[in-house]
Design a protein. Structure first.
Ligand SMILES: [Fe+2]
Length: 653
């Protein structure tokens, strides 16, 4: 049924030598016309590249003259969790419609929807056996003409970067383009040495400041091996072991297509251990592992982190915030990552910048898997170099949560059937509701960050409103002055065209929490969703309430300084993690819009004490700070009366 061919050795050597160069010199013509952005803002640009493959119409039409071969066959022999694979292919009548795709599990009977006569089942790990008859989307694909020699000779080669996603892999060679795929050849199977190995650890702050959650993915259910984290404070001799819990989800958890159809993929098992009683600012090392029944241990990677500063503690503290990142594709697959063209740049910059920040808040639209669940493994692999070192706190975006008739605030199906299940399982958050309603607060020394969930109701009287009221109130401002609100969709000020179309640049559709922000003197509200950068003045009811005490120098080298009584909250849109950038509405700038930038990048907050906080917008491309300001404030300035925020008082003494 399958056509497994081995190309001549000389050809293999030649193409292997050239292959590593290919993904850095891809023809521009191969770039996708698809664009990544937000469906509510522009549905035409919200196209996950994998959704453009019509797998439901795919047919098996094996061609004896077509051959595809992948090497090496054994990956990760030294414990690596990713590996480059070279694919060589040949076909007698090459066309622009030939494409190559990576599938896993390697059984293409199932992939082709059981249209072949013999159909064995996945069941590589013995769990979550998918029903036959359902098409399965690939994990990655490229057009064959990405190899320069293909159209003239019919033979080509390219390289794919694979990560350990459990199960085995095979490549398929298709003709017929995306609309009418015909499988003409299937490669040899390839696999990681231990497909079940624990991979991609990611940290998150726990419910207490002194707790750190370690989450990772493996192929081991609890009846096969016990998951744990071994950890120690730097300088300590004895390591501790903390057990982890084990979760998974199934096709039945999904709320619609493609997540419960061709986009579904067994997620393996997700483990989380909560490390407790950590000392503030102390360095720790840790390693994830699984103890097998015979007592032997399968270890994952080791890493290090620093304990969270205690609430109110003054020391150097830095927080990164951004939204809307998605996936980079270093191997040029999925049409050159046209979906999120800035993701790789932001990831690379965050890795370079790792010594210079202490925590990340990725405020929604994380992977843009959009119902193609294998992409979540790709995403956790992408961020693991960062998230294994600093807490990676997530918020819920429309691409994680919004799904028809599932209790969310918005209509539409921007999660494409995921209804929050993968994101809420793969990432630990210190919610009081055990996920699902993803709002929470965390203390980090001088900062208190209250994370909202814009995919659920926040209006007065709602559970979220009550939570946020309490979250803001819990900040002890004399010691913990910097109060930050972060959530996915702008609840106020954005000059994106969509918001302008609503009839006002501000507070569209009545979305606001401004009475809460004002009541609690929230310093900063940061949002994603809109794929550009914009900063307001301190603002309340569309009016600037404060001016910087010192204006930026003519060359922009010194930031604006806001000092004294705050007046209102500064709002920032930073949906600049990587999804395709968007412009701003034309016309005169609203009074409150004081800085704009169309760059990929992230916000960084820095504070060393209770009187000064620095804000920077860092451009991913070169690490330059392209906008910033400073708040200088004493405690009495926080206590001072401001409009609509003064507590009732008596003049009695
Ligand atoms: Fe969004």
């Amino acid at each position: 049924m399958t056509s497994r061919g081995v190309l001549p050795a000389a050809l293999l050597l030649a193409v292997a030598a050239a292959a590593l160069l290919l993904y850095t010199a891809l023809p521009a013509a191969a770039a996708a016309a698809v664009a990544g952005d937000h469906s509510t803002l522009d549905k035409d640009e919200n196209i996950q590249p994998l959704s453009t493959l019509n797998m439901a119409a795919a047919r098996v039409m094996m061609d004896a003259g077509s051959v595809i071969h992948a090497s090496p066959e054994l990956l990760g022999a030294n414990g690596e969790d990713s590996a480059w694979v070279t694919v060589n292919f040949t076909t007698p009548a090459p066309t622009d419609g030939h494409w190559i795709a990576l599938f896993s599990p390697a059984n293409l009977d199932l992939i082709m929807g059981g249209k072949q006569s013999s159909s064995s089942k996945i069941n590589a790990a013995g769990e979550d056996e998918a029903p036959t008859g359902l098409p399965m989307a690939p994990i990655k694909y490229k057009f064959a003409n990405i190899s320069p020699s293909f159209m003239s000779s019919g033979s080509g080669n390219t390289s794919f970067l694979l990560i350990n996603q459990r199960y085995d892999y095979a490549f398929g060679l298709f003709s017929g383009g995306k609309d009418n795929p015909k499988l003409v050849a299937v490669s040899n199977k390839i696999a990681f040495a231990n497909p079940k190995a624990p991979v991609f650890p990611r940290l998150a702050q726990g419910k207490e400041w002194s707790e750190m959650a370690v989450t990772w993915t493996s192929g081991y259910n609890i009846d096969e091996a016990y998951p744990f984290v071994e950890w120690r404070m730097k300088g300590e001799e004895n390591a501790k072991r903390t057990p982890a819990d084990t979760l998974t989800y199934t096709r039945g958890h999904m709320c619609g297509k493609p997540a419960n159809a061709e986009g579904y993929r067994d997620p393996g098992f997700i483990h989380t251990a909560i490390l407790k009683n950590l000392w503030p600012n102390r360095d720790y090392s840790y390693q994830i592992g699984h103890e097998l029944p015979d007592g032997s241990i399968v270890w994952g990677k080791s890493s290090t982190f620093r304990g969270t500063p205690s609430p109110g503690q003054a020391s150097l503290q830095r927080i990164v915030i951004f939204g809307d990142m998605g996936l980079g594709q270093t191997d040029g697959s999925n049409e050159l990552a046209g979906f999120q063209p800035g993701a790789q740049s932001t990831v690379d910059r965050l890795i370079t910048d790792l010594p210079n920040y202490d925590a990340i808040f990725h405020i929604g639209d994380l992977s843009y898997a959009n119902g193609y669940l294998a992409q979540w493994d790709q995403f956790t692999a992408q961020i693991s170099p960062i998230a294994s070192r600093v807490p990676y706190m997530v918020a819920s975006g429309n691409h994680e949560r919004t799904s028809h008739d599932t209790g969310g605030f918005y209509s539409g199906d921007d999660s494409h059937g995921e209804c929050g299940v993968p994101a809420e399982t793969l990432f630990s958050t210190p919610t009081v509701n055990a996920g699902q309603r993803l709002w929470y607060g965390v203390d980090r020394g001088l900062f208190r960050v209250c994370v909202g969930d814009t995919e659920h109701d926040w209006r007065p009287g709602s559970p979220q409103y009550e939570f946020l009221d309490g979250c803001f109130a819990a900040a002890d401002r004399k010691h913990q002055p910097w109060l930050v609100f972060a959530a996915h969709r702008p609840l106020g000020y954005s000059s994106n065209g969509f918001y302008a179309k609503e009839g006002s640049f501000s507070e569209p559709m009545g979305r606001t929490l401004q009475n809460l922000w004002q009541k609690h003197r929230v310093d900063l509200a940061v949002f994603g969703h809109v794929h550009n950068y914009e900063r307001t003045c301190p603002v309340y009811e569309n009016t600037c309430t404060a001016s910087p005490g010192s204006s930026p120098a003519a060359n922009g080298s010194s930031p604006a300084v806001y000092s004294g009584v705050m007046g209102g909250t500064i709002h920032v849109v930073a949906g600049t993690g990587g999804a395709r950038l968007r412009g701003f509405a034309g016309g005169e700038w609203p009074q409150w819009s004081v800085a704009r930038n169309e760059s990929y990048g992230y916000v960084k907050l820095t504070s060393r004490d209770q009187s000064r906080m620095e804000f920077e917008f860092v451009r991913s491309e070169d690490g330059q700070v392209v906008d910033g300001f400073v708040i200088e404030r004493e405690y009495k300035d926080v206590l001072a009366c401001i409009v609509d925020a003064c507590e009732p008082h008596s003049l009695a003494n």
